[in-house]
Design a protein around this ligand. Sequence first.
Ligand code: ZN
Length: 579
Amino acid sequence: MMNKRSTWIAGAPIVLLALAVCSIARAAGPAHALVKFAGTRAEQRNGVEQIHELRDALAALGFETDRCGIDIADGAIGVDVFDDADRERLRSAGLDIIHEDLESDSSFALRTAPQYYEPSEIAALLAQAAADHPAITHLFSVGTTHEGRTIWGLEISNNPGVPEDEPAIQFNGQHHSREVATCHVVMDVVEQLTNNYGTDPDITNWVNNYKTVCVPMVNPDGVQYVFDGHSSWRKNRMPYSCFGVDLNRNYPYLWGPGCGSSGTCTSDTYRGPSAASEDETQAMIALVDQYHFVMATSYHSYGQFIDYPYACATGAPATLMPEHAVIHEMMNGMADAIDSVDSTPRYDVNSPVPAGGVNGDDTSFYYAHKGVYAFIVEVGTSFEPSFSLVSGIVARNRAGWKYLYSRLGGARIDVHVTDECGGTPLEATVTLRDYLYDTGELDRVTFMPFGRWTFVTPPNDSYTVRATAPGYQTANVVVSVGTSPVALDIVLAATNPPPAIFGDTDCDGDVDHADFMRFEECFSGPARSPTGDCTKVDIDSNNCIAPRRLRSLPSRVQRIVGSGSNPQDTRATPFNSTA
Ligand SMILES: [Zn+2]
């Protein structure tokens, strides 16, 4: 672990003052209470069963619950309580309120331990890691928040800052500011990969063959507010009719009412005025568009479980993600790896979540819209565990994220789509025909300049990959996958192959209008001769011209060259006719 300076003594009076102001300002909003079943009912069931029952009981009473705030081990859930009538309804339903208001409870509000990282410390630690390991790191701004803070990202790669034709993997923490242990898990990825590169063979392999991007603190404005004395603050600090949007309800997939997000500004799960309205959300979306991650993990707390898309699923097959099988396999592998570290209770694996569905989350968006295999890991058993527990949380989750790297090196299909004329990489839509993408998924489009896409699949099976691109014939290719990556090159032929009858006639490396003029001379001008310059016509190495190159020629050329049913014959025509 990196060391953190201690500022606790000096900061305490400021925290107290801020708390007093906060209590007045919060008068109109709800209290964030922690509830569980009263008495023996809580002791007769295991944690997951209790949580299911408790969630149902709270939903029946009309309370919103959220998965970030479910303590499976203790059978407790955090809920927003607005007034005494709410409290009475909870009690009369057989529920104990074990904390009235986490935010105004001074024992909670004052507890943000100095060992946890403030935004400025995350910035300094990442800058230090980049300075210490310049050959394998690239520090960059993912975006800027409303209050002007930088959301920092660190790429770790043997070619940092340079696009590479290899899978990328992302780890992020602290979408929710009060989940203060989560950035420590992400910083552990940074520390392990940078410090052990060149000595640990696995890590060296991962850095050489994959791009890793770590964003330990997605919500620095919210985190600063936590350290300013509002320990239970969850959202960002965007000022609307009140402060703050729940960033993990602000992503575009299924954004809106109906599945565990709120339209009320004061709610802890306020989804924002529109999809992706927030700077932080926009930054994370731009990040995936830049890196085209194959996998991403979003760390939250608390509850010791792993969720995977779709977070709004009812559990019916029609609401699960199409590639449910592989992500289910990966999450159980991750949970097993975490569990192997010690004998504490196994992380649960959920899809949908036991706390009920949510929408606008990053993982469902990442999978549905961007094709990223994405997971939420809820670490620990409280928003802010005693700092003495953090090293254990970090160590257990290290086994989890290491598992993901090893799984990335297992069964997967690396698809490259190219044009048959010259092998130019193509921006093409690729689909696994073995699955039905019918729950709002957007096309998986190969990314440029590599024309590449990666599917992770269950091992030891065969799959049909379809590739389509405008102007090309669709290809369906069957591929067998064992337990290691398979490279699949799909070559697309043009729908109407250009009946090319000339090429780079003047040998200047390009097919352009000058070649056309030369062709006209060959065909009808004074140079018409099979033994003259016309016989030097080269099409290109594949004896054809790519459509996009032909399109750049004068329309008259295309009219002259015609459209024979057999492109090869057509290509030969002018030479035959001149012979
Ligand atoms: Zn969270």
